[in-house]
Design a protein around this ligand. Structure first.
Ligand code: ZN
Length: 348
């Protein structure tokens, strides 16, 4: 690709209307904000510049990523910080023409700091309200129950966020150490959450294999699957996902950076898409993985042979797979249609 068409593609993809469904708000704190927060805290050893921060955020494997994630959580020193990170993260997304975000947060990660689920949630909701009022970007939150904490603590988190359901919180998710903690014990908690009106997703098939995906699909009854990268390990599972059309929140760069897949080229997203699975493109933790939702779409074109027509399909998949109401989805699809027309000619 010539430098000229390279730039045109970048501009085009950045202006495309988008919906982001798999994003951890703490992993999406813009690098500038994260750097400032590290300075304010007096992080030791101090970060010299953004490049230094970028170097720090490179991983040898998934365990190393979790280690840096824990470091990042210590930079949040009071509940009010969540308002700032929500606003700054949404602003960065809005600049890429992201219209709607379903962002996870993991309130259980902050018990050491003595933060309450309520305090964190209300702070995030203030940041969300400010971003929506000033920038027009919409956001709903998904509460990560964190596998490592077990279903009993999960039940407490669920109770504590229930008052915010429909007020900016839309669903529950299950992140954490997939290889060490199975999802089965969460089955009844997921039923209870569904009864209360929560929408359901869970990470699976990222660090663990096909069996883990079967568990969240069959026992947890999830409406979307986070990652689902390793579905290819079981052809029956791929067939099942194709028949059921369960949306898959795929995160290519994240998988490469944590060593789930060897390279972008080895990632199964292209194969799943061509086999008719309901694929959605996401950035997971854009700052932690030095990526963005724009770069994720670009990567598909540059390195995995996707066409612009495919990107359009993927962005429509994201609207359909979102937890918006049917009316909201219809309005969003019309808006997408209009903006795609305005984008005009293909830059390729
Ligand atoms: Zn994730």
């Amino acid at each position: 690709m010539s430098p000229d068409s390279d730039q045109r593609l970048q501009r085009f993809v950045s202006r495309m209307p988008k919906v982001e469904l798999h994003l951890h708000i703490e992993g999406a704190i813009p690098p500038e904000t994260l750097f400032e927060m590290a300075r304010e805290k007096g992080d030791d050893p101090p970060l010299r510049d953004l490049e230094d921060l970028r170097r720090k955020l490179t991983y040898t494997d998934f365990a190393h990523f979790i280690e840096l994630w824990t470091w990042m959580t210590t930079l949040l020193r009071e509940e009010e910080d969540f308002e700032r990170i929500a606003y700054d993260a949404l602003k960065a997304l809005s600049a890429q023409n992201v219209k709607h975000v379903e962002a996870s947060y993991s309130p259980g990660d902050y018990w050491r700091q003595g933060f309450s689920v309520q305090g964190i949630t209300e702070s995030l909701l203030r940041g969300r309200a400010r971003a929506q009022a000033e920038l027009g970007i919409r956001c709903q939150f998904i509460v990560d129950l964190i596998r490592d904490h077990g279903p009993e603590r999960g039940a407490r988190y669920l109770d504590e966020v229930t008052p915010y359901l429909g007020q900016g919180v839309v669903g529950i998710g299950l992140g954490g150490s997939e290889q060490d903690f199975r999802a089965d014990p969460y089955a009844s908690l997921y039923r209870e959450a569904e009864r209360r009106g929560f929408r359901l997703t869970a990470h699976a098939g990222e660090v663990a294999g096909a069996e883990s995906i079967w568990t969240v699909a069959r026992k947890l009854g999830v409406q979307r699957i986070g990652h689902c990268t390793r579905a290819y390990e079981d052809p029956d599972l791929v067939l099942f996902l194709s028949e059921q059309q369960i949306p898959l929140e795929m995160c290519v760069t994240s998988n490469v950076r944590t060593g789930v897949t060897k390279s972008v080229e080895a990632h199964p997203i292209g194969e799943y898409f061509r086999q008719g699975l309901r694929v959605v493109v996401n950035s997971d933790d854009p700052t932690m993985f030095n990526t963005s939702i724009t770069q994720e779409y670009e990567t598909l074109v540059r390195r995995l042979g996707f066409s612009l027509e495919d990107l359009k399909q993927l962005s429509t998949n994201a609207v359909e797979a979102s937890f918006m109401s049917q009316d909201e989805k219809a309005a969003m699809k019309l808006l997408f249609q209009k903006e795609w027309e305005e984008l005009g000619e293909s830059p390729l």
